[in-house]
Design a protein around this ligand. Structure first.
Ligand code: FE
Length: 239
């Protein structure tokens, strides 16, 4: 199925679901709705219905183009996500010159790999070493390097993480399973709408024989926020 057919499918689903929901809300044949287990008849969430209503209104008024909206949704569903950041990290691990460019100017270096900024924000790469551990937070809201990491996880936007990452970063890291030694400096970076950060995690010991693609597969979203280390899976460990 092509991507455009996917989009049509999603719209068709929303339309059907919205019609079904309206019927249920109006009290039409509730018994019938309850007795059928057809997943297409599942009532979407209130949020989904609100989004659909807003989209329909904007399209009807000619304020947004439906094709453009589909392209944006498709980008976030299939093209933007932590795999982009993982490719940047893996390249930096295997190519010292690229790593130097990344640490000097991450916004330009990520464009070398085809990843572009969306809103003019600057992206800064922070290198984790044996002596420095970087942790990223947005204390104000949820600023995050979307082109490289996709949408932020729920915990990143939560009030406890936003406050405690600053007050007690070592405690937060411990809860994420990352024990940072007393001899390691923890640096906490507060993202803003203008400057967003990606952590360049330490390359795991024993990964010397792995190629760039295999290395990228090891890199997790959390390791690029600073709340995890990159580790070798059982399959990648040297015999
Ligand atoms: Fe923010």
């Amino acid at each position: 199925m092509s991507k455009s057919q996917n989009s049509v499918g999603r719209r068709g689903f929303l339309k059907t679901a919205a019609t079904g929901a309206a019927g249920i809300v109006a009290g039409a044949k509730p018994g019938l709705a309850q007795s059928r287990q057809d997943p297409d008849q599942t009532v979407p969430s209130d949020l989904t219905l609100r989004v659909k209503a807003l989209e329909s209104l904007l399209v009807d008024k000619g304020l947004v183009d439906r094709v453009a909206l589909d392209r944006i949704v498709d980008a976030f569903e299939t093209k933007i996500g932590p795999r982009n950041g993982a490719r940047v990290v893996a390249r930096a691990w295997v190519d010292a010159a690229y790593k130097k460019r990344l640490l000097a100017d991450a916004s330009t270096a990520m464009e070398e790999l085809g990843f572009h900024r969306h809103q003019g924000e600057d992206i800064v790469a922070l290198e984790n070493t044996a002596k420095i551990h970087n942790l990223v937070v947005c204390t104000l809201c949820s600023c995050y390097p979307w082109p490289l990491l996709g949408l932020p996880p729920v915990w990143y936007k939560s009030a406890p993480y936003r406050s405690r990452a600053v007050i007690d970063p070592r405690g937060v890291l411990k809860e994420f399973g990352v024990d940072v030694g007393a001899d390691v400096e923890v640096r906490v970076w507060d993202s803003t709408s203008e400057v967003r950060y990606i952590v360049l995690p330490e390359r795991p010991a024993g990964s010397e024989r792995l190629g760039e693609d295999a290395l990228a597969a090891l890199v997790t979203r959390d390791s690029m926020i600073g709340t995890a280390r990159v580790t070798l899976g059982a399959a990648e460990r040297p015999a």
